[in-house]
Design a protein around this ligand. Structure first.
Ligand SMILES: [Zn+2]
Length: 267
C-alpha cells in the first residue's frame, strides 16, 4: 500500500517571535530539507492532488515517492522565506489559511494572529505559483468546543472568503490544533470539504479516513536525520513519542475540562 509523508510546517523564519518559535523552522533548515527530498527522489505534490490520487484513483497516478508539504495558519514568512525556496525547488505546497488572521482581513478580522500574517495579495501570488490554498477555520478556535451554529460559521466563512476573494475552489482544510471530533468532521463534510488534515504524526495511506489524514510535525528541533527517518517512514512512533504523549495528555485535560463544565452546567 502507498504510504505518503505529509509534512506540517508553521512559520519559516530566522527570527520567530516567542509564540511561533517552538514550531518555527529556520529558512536554512527548510532549504536543507528540500535538498534532502530532491536527493532522495521525492516528488512534492499538493494535499488536494494526493487526496484525489489516493482516494479516487487508488494511487495509480502518484509519482514513485510522493511527499506533501503543508503550512498552517498563513504566516507572512511563507511568502518571504518559504515560497522562494519552494519555487527554486519546483515544489508545489499547500497553505491552510485562517482568514480572520490575514494581515489585511479588515472587517473580517477575527481571533488573535500569532505573528505577522499573509495579505490577500500575497496569498493570491502564492496561488499563482502553484500553491494550493486550503481552509483552517476563520478565527482558529478549538472547533470541537463551539456550538453547532458557530462551528458552521467558522468553516463556511473561511471557505467562502478564500473562494470569493481568490476565485479558487477550496476542497481541503486542516483542523486548528489538529484536533477534530465526529461532530466537527460531519460539519466539515457538510460545508463542502472533501478532505481534511489532522496531526497524528503518522504517514498517510489510502486507508485513512479522508477527514483525519495524518501529518508529521516538522519543527524547530527537527534535525535533518530525524527528518530523513520521518519521510522514509522509519521508526516514526519513536521520533514522535514525546508529541504523542503530549497530545494524549492534552486530550485528557480537555475531556476533563469539558466534563467539568458540563457538570457545572447541570447544577
Ligand atoms: Zn493553526
Amino acid at each position: 500500500m502507498t504510504r505518503v509523508p505529509i509534512l506540517m510546517y508553521h512559520s519559516v523564519s530566522e527570527r520567530p517571535n516567542d509564540e511561533t518559535r517552538p514550531l518555527a523552522v529556520r529558512p536554512s533548515d527548510f532549504a536543507d530539507q528540500l535538498g534532502y527530498l530532491r536527493d532522495h527522489g521525492f516528488t512534492p505534490i499538493t494535499f488536494g492532488a494526493l487526496v484525489t490520487a489516493l482516494h479516487e484513483d487508488d494511487g495509480r497516478d502518484l509519482p514513485a515517492r510522493p511527499v506533501v508539504l503543508t503550512f498552517d495558519d498563513g504566516y507572512a514568512d511563507f511568502h518571504t522565506e518559504a515560497l522562494p525556496l519552494l519555487e527554486k525547488a519546483g515544489a508545489p505546497a499547500t497553505v491552510f489559511l485562517t482568514t480572520g488572521w490575514l494581515a489585511d482581513a479588515g472587517q473580517d478580522a477575527a481571533g488573535r494572529p500569532l505573528d505577522t500574517m499573509l495579505t490577500w495579495s500575497q496569498a493570491a501570488e502564492a496561488a499563482s505559483c502553484g500553491v494550493e490554498l486550503g481552509g483552517h477555520s476563520h478565527s482558529h478556535p478549538q472547533l470541537d468546543q463551539l456550538s453547532d451554529a458557530d462551528l458552521r460559521e467558522e468553516l463556511r466563512r473561511n471557505k467562502a472568503l478564500i473562494e470569493d476573494r481568490l476565485g479558487l475552489p477550496v476542497p481541503t482544510m486542516a483542523y486548528p490544533y489538529g484536533y477534530s471530533s465526529a461532530r466537527v468532521r460531519r460539519e466539515v463534510a457538510r460545508a463542502g470539504y472533501t478532505a481534511a488534515c489532522a496531526v497524528a504524526n503518522d504517514v498517510a495511506s489510502g486507508r485513512d479516513d479522508v477527514f483525519t489524514i495524518p501529518r508529521l510535525t516538522i519543527a524547530k528541533g527537527t534535525t535533518l536525520s530525524t527528518f530523513g527517518r520521518a519521510v522514509h517512514d522509519r521508526a516514526i512512533p519513536l521520533i514522535y513519542l514525546k508529541e504523542r504523549l503530549l497530545t494524549k495528555g492534552f486530550a485528557v485535560v480537555r475531556r476533563t475540562r469539558y466534563g467539568l463544565r458540563r457538570v457545572r452546567g447541570h447544577v
